[in-house]
Ligand binder design. Structure first.
Ligand code: PLP
Ligand code: 3DJ
Length: 408
Protein backbone atom coordinates (compact mmCIF):
# COMPACT_ATOMS: atom_id res chain seq x y z
CA UNK A 1 0.00 0.00 0.00
CA UNK A 2 1.87 3.07 -1.16
CA UNK A 3 -0.75 5.63 -1.99
CA UNK A 4 -3.75 7.06 -0.23
CA UNK A 5 -5.78 6.19 -3.32
CA UNK A 6 -5.33 2.50 -2.57
CA UNK A 7 -6.74 3.08 0.90
CA UNK A 8 -9.68 4.88 -0.71
CA UNK A 9 -10.20 1.86 -2.95
CA UNK A 10 -10.46 -0.35 0.11
CA UNK A 11 -13.13 2.00 1.46
CA UNK A 12 -14.99 1.84 -1.83
CA UNK A 13 -15.42 -1.93 -1.51
CA UNK A 14 -15.92 -1.99 2.28
CA UNK A 15 -19.29 -3.59 3.05
CA UNK A 16 -19.43 -1.71 6.38
CA UNK A 17 -18.60 1.71 4.89
CA UNK A 18 -22.23 2.86 5.24
CA UNK A 19 -22.09 2.52 9.03
CA UNK A 20 -19.86 5.56 9.43
CA UNK A 21 -22.63 8.02 8.69
CA UNK A 22 -24.57 6.63 11.65
CA UNK A 23 -21.96 8.28 13.89
CA UNK A 24 -21.36 11.96 14.64
CA UNK A 25 -17.60 12.30 14.42
CA UNK A 26 -15.81 15.67 14.46
CA UNK A 27 -14.50 16.47 10.97
CA UNK A 28 -11.01 17.37 12.15
CA UNK A 29 -10.38 14.25 14.22
CA UNK A 30 -9.16 10.74 13.42
CA UNK A 31 -10.53 8.85 16.36
CA UNK A 32 -8.36 5.91 17.42
CA UNK A 33 -9.66 5.67 20.97
CA UNK A 34 -12.97 3.88 20.46
CA UNK A 35 -11.52 1.10 22.61
CA UNK A 36 -11.71 3.49 25.57
CA UNK A 37 -14.80 5.56 24.79
CA UNK A 38 -16.81 4.80 21.67
CA UNK A 39 -18.09 7.50 19.32
CA UNK A 40 -21.47 9.21 19.55
CA UNK A 41 -24.14 7.62 17.36
CA UNK A 42 -25.80 10.35 15.28
CA UNK A 43 -29.27 9.42 16.49
CA UNK A 44 -28.45 9.37 20.22
CA UNK A 45 -28.89 13.11 21.02
CA UNK A 46 -32.43 13.24 19.60
CA UNK A 47 -33.41 9.96 21.25
CA UNK A 48 -32.12 11.09 24.65
CA UNK A 49 -33.68 14.53 24.24
CA UNK A 50 -37.05 12.82 23.63
CA UNK A 51 -36.61 10.58 26.64
CA UNK A 52 -35.63 13.51 28.85
CA UNK A 53 -38.23 15.98 27.67
CA UNK A 54 -41.18 13.70 27.05
CA UNK A 55 -40.76 10.44 28.93
CA UNK A 56 -39.17 11.98 32.01
CA UNK A 57 -40.30 15.62 31.80
CA UNK A 58 -43.92 15.12 30.74
CA UNK A 59 -44.83 11.60 31.66
CA UNK A 60 -42.76 11.36 34.86
CA UNK A 61 -43.15 8.13 36.85
CA UNK A 62 -45.71 6.82 34.35
CA UNK A 63 -42.89 6.14 31.90
CA UNK A 64 -41.71 3.10 33.85
CA UNK A 65 -44.77 1.38 32.40
CA UNK A 66 -45.84 3.50 29.42
CA UNK A 67 -42.35 3.81 27.91
CA UNK A 68 -41.38 0.27 28.88
CA UNK A 69 -38.54 1.38 31.08
CA UNK A 70 -38.91 -1.77 33.17
CA UNK A 71 -38.32 -4.03 30.20
CA UNK A 72 -35.56 -1.96 28.61
CA UNK A 73 -32.66 -3.89 30.23
CA UNK A 74 -33.92 -7.15 28.73
CA UNK A 75 -34.52 -5.53 25.36
CA UNK A 76 -30.99 -4.12 25.29
CA UNK A 77 -29.63 -7.53 26.29
CA UNK A 78 -31.50 -9.01 23.34
CA UNK A 79 -29.86 -6.54 20.93
CA UNK A 80 -26.42 -7.25 22.37
CA UNK A 81 -26.62 -11.05 22.50
CA UNK A 82 -25.98 -11.75 18.77
CA UNK A 83 -22.80 -9.66 18.88
CA UNK A 84 -21.31 -11.96 21.52
CA UNK A 85 -22.63 -15.31 20.31
CA UNK A 86 -25.16 -15.70 23.11
CA UNK A 87 -28.92 -15.99 23.45
CA UNK A 88 -30.92 -13.05 24.77
CA UNK A 89 -31.88 -14.86 27.99
CA UNK A 90 -28.21 -15.45 28.82
CA UNK A 91 -27.34 -11.75 28.93
CA UNK A 92 -28.08 -9.10 31.56
CA UNK A 93 -27.32 -5.43 31.05
CA UNK A 94 -26.60 -3.71 34.35
CA UNK A 95 -24.04 -1.94 36.51
CA UNK A 96 -20.38 -1.51 35.59
CA UNK A 97 -17.98 -4.21 34.46
CA UNK A 98 -16.29 -4.04 37.86
CA UNK A 99 -19.55 -4.73 39.70
CA UNK A 100 -20.45 -7.48 37.26
CA UNK A 101 -17.04 -9.08 37.81
CA UNK A 102 -17.81 -9.19 41.52
CA UNK A 103 -21.23 -10.73 41.01
CA UNK A 104 -20.02 -13.39 38.60
CA UNK A 105 -16.77 -14.30 40.36
CA UNK A 106 -18.68 -14.96 43.59
CA UNK A 107 -21.40 -16.79 41.63
CA UNK A 108 -18.68 -18.90 39.95
CA UNK A 109 -17.28 -19.96 43.32
CA UNK A 110 -20.79 -20.82 44.48
CA UNK A 111 -21.29 -22.93 41.34
CA UNK A 112 -18.14 -24.87 42.23
CA UNK A 113 -18.56 -25.57 45.95
CA UNK A 114 -15.43 -26.75 47.70
CA UNK A 115 -13.19 -24.87 45.26
CA UNK A 116 -11.90 -21.45 46.23
CA UNK A 117 -9.08 -20.62 43.82
CA UNK A 118 -9.51 -17.88 41.23
CA UNK A 119 -6.97 -17.76 38.41
CA UNK A 120 -6.37 -14.49 36.57
CA UNK A 121 -3.64 -13.03 34.39
CA UNK A 122 -1.21 -10.58 35.97
CA UNK A 123 -1.64 -8.28 32.95
CA UNK A 124 -5.44 -8.17 33.29
CA UNK A 125 -7.13 -4.82 33.43
CA UNK A 126 -6.38 -3.88 37.06
CA UNK A 127 -10.00 -3.73 38.20
CA UNK A 128 -10.31 -7.46 37.44
CA UNK A 129 -7.41 -8.25 39.76
CA UNK A 130 -8.65 -5.93 42.50
CA UNK A 131 -12.13 -7.45 42.44
CA UNK A 132 -10.89 -11.04 42.26
CA UNK A 133 -8.54 -10.34 45.18
CA UNK A 134 -11.45 -9.08 47.22
CA UNK A 135 -13.62 -12.08 46.29
CA UNK A 136 -10.80 -14.46 47.28
CA UNK A 137 -10.43 -12.67 50.61
CA UNK A 138 -14.17 -12.62 51.34
CA UNK A 139 -14.54 -16.31 50.53
CA UNK A 140 -11.34 -17.38 52.27
CA UNK A 141 -9.86 -18.44 48.95
CA UNK A 142 -6.76 -17.82 46.88
CA UNK A 143 -6.07 -15.53 43.95
CA UNK A 144 -3.52 -17.10 41.61
CA UNK A 145 -1.96 -14.90 38.92
CA UNK A 146 -0.47 -16.27 35.72
CA UNK A 147 1.82 -14.45 33.29
CA UNK A 148 0.52 -16.10 30.15
CA UNK A 149 -0.71 -19.29 28.48
CA UNK A 150 2.44 -21.25 29.40
CA UNK A 151 1.59 -20.91 33.11
CA UNK A 152 -1.89 -22.38 32.77
CA UNK A 153 -1.04 -26.08 33.05
CA UNK A 154 0.57 -25.48 36.47
CA UNK A 155 -2.03 -22.98 37.66
CA UNK A 156 -5.09 -25.03 36.79
CA UNK A 157 -5.83 -27.78 39.28
CA UNK A 158 -8.80 -29.28 41.12
CA UNK A 159 -8.95 -26.37 43.59
CA UNK A 160 -9.75 -23.84 40.84
CA UNK A 161 -13.33 -22.60 40.73
CA UNK A 162 -12.86 -20.11 37.92
CA UNK A 163 -10.32 -19.01 35.35
CA UNK A 164 -11.11 -15.39 34.50
CA UNK A 165 -9.25 -13.73 31.65
CA UNK A 166 -9.36 -10.52 29.69
CA UNK A 167 -9.95 -11.71 26.14
CA UNK A 168 -7.93 -8.82 24.61
CA UNK A 169 -4.96 -7.47 26.55
CA UNK A 170 -5.72 -3.77 27.02
CA UNK A 171 -2.06 -2.79 26.67
CA UNK A 172 -0.84 -4.91 23.76
CA UNK A 173 -4.04 -6.08 22.12
CA UNK A 174 -2.87 -9.71 22.40
CA UNK A 175 -5.73 -12.15 22.23
CA UNK A 176 -6.26 -15.29 24.29
CA UNK A 177 -7.34 -18.30 22.21
CA UNK A 178 -10.67 -18.41 24.00
CA UNK A 179 -12.00 -21.73 22.77
CA UNK A 180 -8.84 -23.68 23.63
CA UNK A 181 -8.37 -21.98 27.00
CA UNK A 182 -12.00 -22.52 27.95
CA UNK A 183 -11.53 -26.24 27.23
CA UNK A 184 -8.35 -26.23 29.32
CA UNK A 185 -10.27 -24.82 32.31
CA UNK A 186 -13.04 -27.36 31.82
CA UNK A 187 -10.56 -30.26 31.87
CA UNK A 188 -9.92 -29.54 35.57
CA UNK A 189 -13.58 -28.86 36.28
CA UNK A 190 -13.15 -25.07 36.53
CA UNK A 191 -15.43 -22.49 34.96
CA UNK A 192 -14.12 -20.12 32.29
CA UNK A 193 -15.06 -16.47 32.45
CA UNK A 194 -14.14 -13.84 29.84
CA UNK A 195 -13.82 -10.07 30.20
CA UNK A 196 -15.00 -8.85 26.81
CA UNK A 197 -14.57 -5.09 27.34
CA UNK A 198 -12.17 -4.80 24.40
CA UNK A 199 -13.94 -7.42 22.30
CA UNK A 200 -17.70 -6.82 22.18
CA UNK A 201 -18.60 -4.84 19.08
CA UNK A 202 -15.27 -5.37 17.32
CA UNK A 203 -14.38 -9.06 17.51
CA UNK A 204 -16.23 -12.19 16.47
CA UNK A 205 -17.02 -13.18 20.04
CA UNK A 206 -18.69 -16.58 20.07
CA UNK A 207 -19.48 -17.48 23.67
CA UNK A 208 -21.50 -20.54 22.66
CA UNK A 209 -18.83 -21.72 20.24
CA UNK A 210 -16.13 -21.24 22.86
CA UNK A 211 -18.15 -23.17 25.45
CA UNK A 212 -17.76 -20.19 27.81
CA UNK A 213 -19.47 -20.31 31.18
CA UNK A 214 -19.51 -16.65 32.18
CA UNK A 215 -18.57 -13.29 30.69
CA UNK A 216 -18.65 -9.58 31.43
CA UNK A 217 -18.01 -6.53 29.29
CA UNK A 218 -18.69 -2.85 29.02
CA UNK A 219 -21.11 -0.88 26.91
CA UNK A 220 -19.12 2.27 26.27
CA UNK A 221 -16.21 1.11 24.09
CA UNK A 222 -16.91 -0.59 20.75
CA UNK A 223 -20.61 -0.71 21.64
CA UNK A 224 -20.76 3.10 21.74
CA UNK A 225 -23.28 3.39 24.59
CA UNK A 226 -21.70 6.60 25.94
CA UNK A 227 -19.52 7.41 28.95
CA UNK A 228 -20.42 5.12 31.84
CA UNK A 229 -23.04 3.21 29.83
CA UNK A 230 -24.18 0.06 31.63
CA UNK A 231 -22.10 -3.08 31.30
CA UNK A 232 -23.25 -6.63 30.62
CA UNK A 233 -22.94 -10.12 32.06
CA UNK A 234 -23.37 -13.49 30.39
CA UNK A 235 -24.26 -16.70 32.20
CA UNK A 236 -24.56 -19.82 30.04
CA UNK A 237 -28.04 -21.26 30.33
CA UNK A 238 -26.70 -24.50 31.83
CA UNK A 239 -25.52 -22.57 34.92
CA UNK A 240 -28.59 -20.45 35.52
CA UNK A 241 -30.43 -22.88 37.81
CA UNK A 242 -27.56 -22.84 40.28
CA UNK A 243 -26.88 -19.12 39.94
CA UNK A 244 -26.71 -17.22 43.24
CA UNK A 245 -25.78 -13.57 43.10
CA UNK A 246 -23.97 -11.99 46.05
CA UNK A 247 -25.80 -8.71 45.39
CA UNK A 248 -29.48 -9.57 45.75
CA UNK A 249 -31.04 -6.22 44.92
CA UNK A 250 -34.71 -5.54 44.50
CA UNK A 251 -34.55 -5.21 40.68
CA UNK A 252 -33.30 -8.80 40.62
CA UNK A 253 -36.18 -9.97 42.80
CA UNK A 254 -38.88 -12.17 41.32
CA UNK A 255 -41.52 -9.68 42.49
CA UNK A 256 -39.87 -6.32 43.16
CA UNK A 257 -43.12 -4.56 43.98
CA UNK A 258 -44.31 -7.17 46.45
CA UNK A 259 -41.81 -5.42 48.73
CA UNK A 260 -41.45 -8.50 50.89
CA UNK A 261 -38.48 -8.91 53.18
CA UNK A 262 -37.50 -12.31 51.83
CA UNK A 263 -35.36 -12.31 48.74
CA UNK A 264 -36.65 -14.52 45.92
CA UNK A 265 -34.45 -14.32 42.83
CA UNK A 266 -35.99 -13.48 39.48
CA UNK A 267 -35.78 -16.49 37.20
CA UNK A 268 -32.70 -17.07 35.07
CA UNK A 269 -30.39 -14.19 34.26
CA UNK A 270 -32.89 -11.70 35.76
CA UNK A 271 -31.41 -11.97 39.26
CA UNK A 272 -28.25 -10.19 38.08
CA UNK A 273 -30.09 -6.89 38.03
CA UNK A 274 -29.38 -5.10 41.30
CA UNK A 275 -30.77 -1.59 41.70
CA UNK A 276 -32.63 0.86 39.50
CA UNK A 277 -31.09 0.93 36.02
CA UNK A 278 -29.61 4.28 34.87
CA UNK A 279 -32.31 4.79 32.26
CA UNK A 280 -30.64 7.58 30.30
CA UNK A 281 -27.41 5.65 29.90
CA UNK A 282 -29.26 2.45 29.22
CA UNK A 283 -31.32 4.08 26.49
CA UNK A 284 -28.08 5.54 25.08
CA UNK A 285 -26.78 1.99 24.82
CA UNK A 286 -30.05 0.81 23.28
CA UNK A 287 -29.78 3.51 20.61
CA UNK A 288 -26.13 2.67 19.94
CA UNK A 289 -26.93 -1.02 19.54
CA UNK A 290 -29.75 -0.18 17.16
CA UNK A 291 -27.13 1.40 14.85
CA UNK A 292 -25.47 -2.04 14.73
CA UNK A 293 -28.69 -3.94 13.97
CA UNK A 294 -28.03 -6.52 11.29
CA UNK A 295 -24.25 -6.02 11.44
CA UNK A 296 -22.46 -9.29 12.08
CA UNK A 297 -19.63 -9.66 14.55
CA UNK A 298 -17.75 -11.57 11.84
CA UNK A 299 -17.81 -8.65 9.41
CA UNK A 300 -16.72 -6.22 12.15
CA UNK A 301 -13.84 -8.54 13.03
CA UNK A 302 -12.77 -8.98 9.41
CA UNK A 303 -12.66 -5.22 8.85
CA UNK A 304 -10.87 -4.61 12.17
CA UNK A 305 -8.15 -7.06 11.14
CA UNK A 306 -7.69 -5.28 7.81
CA UNK A 307 -7.57 -1.84 9.45
CA UNK A 308 -4.97 -2.85 12.04
CA UNK A 309 -2.91 -4.76 9.45
CA UNK A 310 -2.81 -1.71 7.19
CA UNK A 311 -1.65 0.52 10.05
CA UNK A 312 1.15 -1.91 10.92
CA UNK A 313 2.15 -2.30 7.27
CA UNK A 314 2.41 1.47 6.77
CA UNK A 315 4.37 2.09 9.96
CA UNK A 316 6.70 -0.84 9.17
CA UNK A 317 7.53 1.01 5.95
CA UNK A 318 7.66 4.55 7.25
CA UNK A 319 8.96 4.14 10.82
CA UNK A 320 10.94 0.89 10.87
CA UNK A 321 12.40 1.74 14.28
CA UNK A 322 9.03 1.72 16.03
CA UNK A 323 8.68 -1.30 18.32
CA UNK A 324 5.40 -3.10 17.79
CA UNK A 325 3.92 -4.31 21.09
CA UNK A 326 0.95 -6.04 19.47
CA UNK A 327 1.02 -9.46 17.84
CA UNK A 328 1.82 -9.34 14.11
CA UNK A 329 -0.60 -12.11 13.30
CA UNK A 330 -4.02 -10.45 12.99
CA UNK A 331 -5.68 -13.61 14.32
CA UNK A 332 -3.82 -13.12 17.62
CA UNK A 333 -4.61 -9.42 17.90
CA UNK A 334 -7.68 -7.48 18.97
CA UNK A 335 -8.80 -4.34 17.15
CA UNK A 336 -5.91 -2.23 18.42
CA UNK A 337 -2.25 -1.63 17.65
CA UNK A 338 0.24 -0.66 20.35
CA UNK A 339 3.81 0.51 20.06
CA UNK A 340 6.45 0.77 22.77
CA UNK A 341 8.33 4.04 22.72
CA UNK A 342 10.49 5.81 25.31
CA UNK A 343 8.53 8.99 24.53
CA UNK A 344 5.16 7.31 24.14
CA UNK A 345 3.36 9.85 26.33
CA UNK A 346 4.53 13.02 24.51
CA UNK A 347 4.16 11.25 21.16
CA UNK A 348 0.50 10.56 21.92
CA UNK A 349 0.00 14.18 23.02
CA UNK A 350 1.63 15.46 19.83
CA UNK A 351 -0.66 13.23 17.78
CA UNK A 352 -3.71 14.47 19.67
CA UNK A 353 -2.68 18.01 18.80
CA UNK A 354 -2.58 16.89 15.16
CA UNK A 355 -6.12 15.54 15.54
CA UNK A 356 -5.18 11.85 15.83
CA UNK A 357 -6.62 10.66 19.12
CA UNK A 358 -5.03 7.55 20.56
CA UNK A 359 -3.93 7.03 24.15
CA UNK A 360 -0.96 6.28 26.36
CA UNK A 361 -0.76 3.36 28.76
CA UNK A 362 1.93 2.91 31.37
CA UNK A 363 4.79 2.39 31.17
CA UNK A 364 5.64 3.10 27.53
CA UNK A 365 2.69 2.18 25.32
CA UNK A 366 1.20 4.33 22.57
CA UNK A 367 -2.14 2.66 21.89
CA UNK A 368 -4.37 3.03 18.84
CA UNK A 369 -7.84 1.47 18.71
CA UNK A 370 -9.55 0.78 15.38
CA UNK A 371 -13.33 0.71 15.69
CA UNK A 372 -14.47 -1.10 12.56
CA UNK A 373 -17.94 0.45 12.67
CA UNK A 374 -16.82 3.96 11.85
CA UNK A 375 -13.18 4.04 10.78
CA UNK A 376 -12.18 4.22 7.14
CA UNK A 377 -9.04 2.87 5.52
CA UNK A 378 -8.11 6.45 4.55
CA UNK A 379 -8.24 7.34 8.25
CA UNK A 380 -5.68 4.62 8.87
CA UNK A 381 -3.49 5.96 6.10
CA UNK A 382 -3.78 9.55 7.36
CA UNK A 383 -3.13 8.51 10.98
CA UNK A 384 -0.01 6.54 10.03
CA UNK A 385 1.17 9.56 8.03
CA UNK A 386 0.75 11.77 11.11
CA UNK A 387 2.74 9.31 13.24
CA UNK A 388 5.51 9.38 10.65
CA UNK A 389 5.49 13.18 10.36
CA UNK A 390 5.28 13.78 14.13
CA UNK A 391 8.29 11.52 14.71
CA UNK A 392 10.23 12.99 11.81
CA UNK A 393 9.63 16.50 13.18
CA UNK A 394 10.71 15.43 16.68
CA UNK A 395 7.35 16.50 18.15
CA UNK A 396 7.63 13.72 20.73
CA UNK A 397 10.52 15.69 22.23
CA UNK A 398 8.56 18.93 22.45
CA UNK A 399 8.73 20.05 26.11
CA UNK A 400 5.08 21.18 25.89
CA UNK A 401 4.06 17.52 25.81
CA UNK A 402 6.39 16.21 28.49
CA UNK A 403 4.32 16.96 31.59
CA UNK A 404 1.77 14.27 32.40
CA UNK A 405 -1.44 16.29 32.33
CA UNK A 406 -4.16 14.16 30.79
CA UNK A 407 -5.06 11.02 32.70
CA UNK A 408 -6.95 8.93 30.18
C1 PLP B 1 -10.72 -5.08 30.19
C2 PLP B 1 -11.45 -4.14 31.11
N1 PLP B 1 -12.09 -4.64 32.18
C3 PLP B 1 -12.76 -3.83 33.03
C4 PLP B 1 -12.83 -2.47 32.81
C5 PLP B 1 -13.54 -1.63 33.85
O1 PLP B 1 -14.82 -1.34 33.46
P1 PLP B 1 -15.76 -0.48 34.42
O2 PLP B 1 -15.13 0.85 34.56
O3 PLP B 1 -17.07 -0.45 33.65
O4 PLP B 1 -15.93 -1.18 35.70
C6 PLP B 1 -12.21 -1.92 31.69
C7 PLP B 1 -12.25 -0.47 31.35
O5 PLP B 1 -12.30 0.42 32.10
C8 PLP B 1 -11.49 -2.77 30.84
O6 PLP B 1 -10.85 -2.30 29.77
N1 3DJ C 1 -13.60 3.67 31.72
C1 3DJ C 1 -12.78 4.72 31.48
C2 3DJ C 1 -12.98 5.92 32.14
O1 3DJ C 1 -14.00 6.01 33.04
C3 3DJ C 1 -12.17 7.02 31.87
C4 3DJ C 1 -11.15 6.88 30.94
C5 3DJ C 1 -10.88 5.70 30.31
C6 3DJ C 1 -11.68 4.59 30.60
C7 3DJ C 1 -11.43 3.27 30.02
O2 3DJ C 1 -12.34 2.58 29.75
C8 3DJ C 1 -10.04 2.83 29.87
C9 3DJ C 1 -9.98 1.48 29.22
N2 3DJ C 1 -10.68 0.45 29.96
C10 3DJ C 1 -8.58 0.97 28.94
O3 3DJ C 1 -8.45 -0.09 28.38
O4 3DJ C 1 -7.60 1.60 29.25
Amino acid sequence: MTSRERAAELDAVDELAGLRERFALPADVIYLDGNSLGALPASTPARLARVIEHEWGERLIRSWNEADWFTTPARVAGRLAPLIGADADEVAVADSTSVNLFKLLVAACRLRPGRRTLVLERGSFPTDVYIAGSVAELLGGELRLVDGPDDLPDALDETVAVLSLTHVDFRTGALWPAREVTAQAHRVGALAMWDLCHSAGALDVDLHGWGADLAVGCGYKYLNGGPGAPAFCFVARRHQDGLATPLPGWHGHAEPFAMGLDYAPAPGIGQLAVGTPPMLSLIGLDEALSTMDGVSAKSLRAKGQRLTSLFIELLDQWCPDLVLASPRDPRSRGSQVSYRHADAYPLVQALIERGVIGDFREPDIARFGFAPAYLRFVDVWDAARHVRDALAAGEHRDPRFAARGAVT
